[in-house]
Write a new protein. Sequence first.
Length: 559
Amino acid sequence: MKHRFLVAALAFAAVTGCAGNAPHIAETGSTANAQAIEAHMQFLASDALAGRETASKEHEIASLYIASQLQALGLEPAGEHGSYFQRVPMRKARLAQDSAKFVLHVDGKSTALAYPKAFFTGPSMQYTQTDVTAPMVFAGYGLVSTEFGLDDYAGLDVEGKIVVILTGRPDSLPSEEAAHLNSLKTRLAAERGAVGVVTIHTPKQEKSRPYANSLLYLTAPGMEWLQADGSPADSYPNLKAGAYVHPDAAAALFAKAPLSLADIFTQLENKQNPKGFDLAVSATLQRTSSHEEISSPNVIAVLPGSDPVLKNEYVVVTAHSDHIGLSNDLRSDDKINNGAMDNAAGVAILLETARLFAQLPEAPKRSILFVVVTGEEKGLLGADYFANNPTRPIEALVGNVNLDMPVLLYPFADMIAFGANHSSLGKVVEQAAAKEGIALSADPMPEQAIFTRSDHYTLVKQGVPAVFLMTGFKSKDPNQDGGKIWGSFFAKHYHKPSDDIASLTKEYGPIRYDAGAVFTNINFNIALDIANTEQRPYWLKDSFFNGVFGKSYNREAVK
């Protein structure tokens, strides 16, 4: 069966626009083909690609397939050296599992925490050996924001110390702004001279992502892209230690503190923001890591624009091609994390979006840059490398439409548009969705910090307005509860071997490739609108992200 799927998908290399099941788009005469999406997904999510682990042979095959599809459509290479590829130099680091040590020192008594039941850690991207003994300081959530009046480091001296922080952030923060602030925790600690960061798993986090789930990835390697001098990006030489601690074990860190960890958790339940204080204890954190220099490709192609001036500006359409490879879960005989929804579906929709653009009677005014990135599952690596080393000038990238994990298990009736409310793209998204009879809804799970967990975020940090669409929780089928299906997928199949076509079909019925066609039409119309509108997208004046990143992007007065 697998081989038949591969042959069928490869034979589909030059898909032409036969009629699919998706609604008609009156403005262009183009409509997405559900069969094309199906064929791409069957290939990319097949067992033969072994989960598309970053830098694996199978991911290289997936990248070659994607490049071939874009070439067959007539798109031009936009990678390096006249090719469709941008090689991303990386460091791959592995933790020696028996080397991880966390020893707590209280009143002269030393107690070792059990690995990984009580704590776990990852490899160091900078050092092969780390051994840190230092005092510990509690810093609440570890957040700082002048815009929201937050400074969890106020009055604290963390120079040369290990900072202890809570996972998550205050519920009072808006979802996308909170997600951005949450992503800065490591940098904030490093900038204040900390030598380590210990994060405490909270009861709230346990409800959405159990501690035990993280243990499934203990042996997975860490990766980071390398700068021109060979150093890993986002590296902080003074920050040598890190650990993630189970709440039962973390209680001992507060043995000499003015408040117990139970008191802190009570504050969280009451929506209070805990204040920081010296813990009056110290700890030793040790680990041994091995390093390997590798590379993995981004695939980049361009459809040149038709306007003599605007063709030098680019609408960027992104999706990630990698997944997490093989599982080490001994409870399952199936070890391949196929990544059908995450993100074979997103890449399939990008390829079908590219076909719609390639078949337009006339190219849009601006150029369309298709960037299929690697290493998303390792920390947005390929996207971040591209954002810092773009193959077209960064100031010429006017907007980004990102595709990541559309859940095609029910005929969705609404969508969540992350980032749309921060820029002029909001109205564009609303209009494109309305053409397909799709409503927009607010983020139903802000605690997941989804805005910072996909590739668009790397371009946002460069000042580029971006939108990332997710299937909403409403279904057009009254017999299907979209929210329940989405939640079930996330709880049972996300980042697991059962995110494959056969398993999902068995549980939820046939994959809704027709919904994928609707998704494609919406994303196509968003990108088309951006490409043909004279004024480039802009951050809204009162947007948090305009204040943080807008100055590096806006060329005109925001409205």
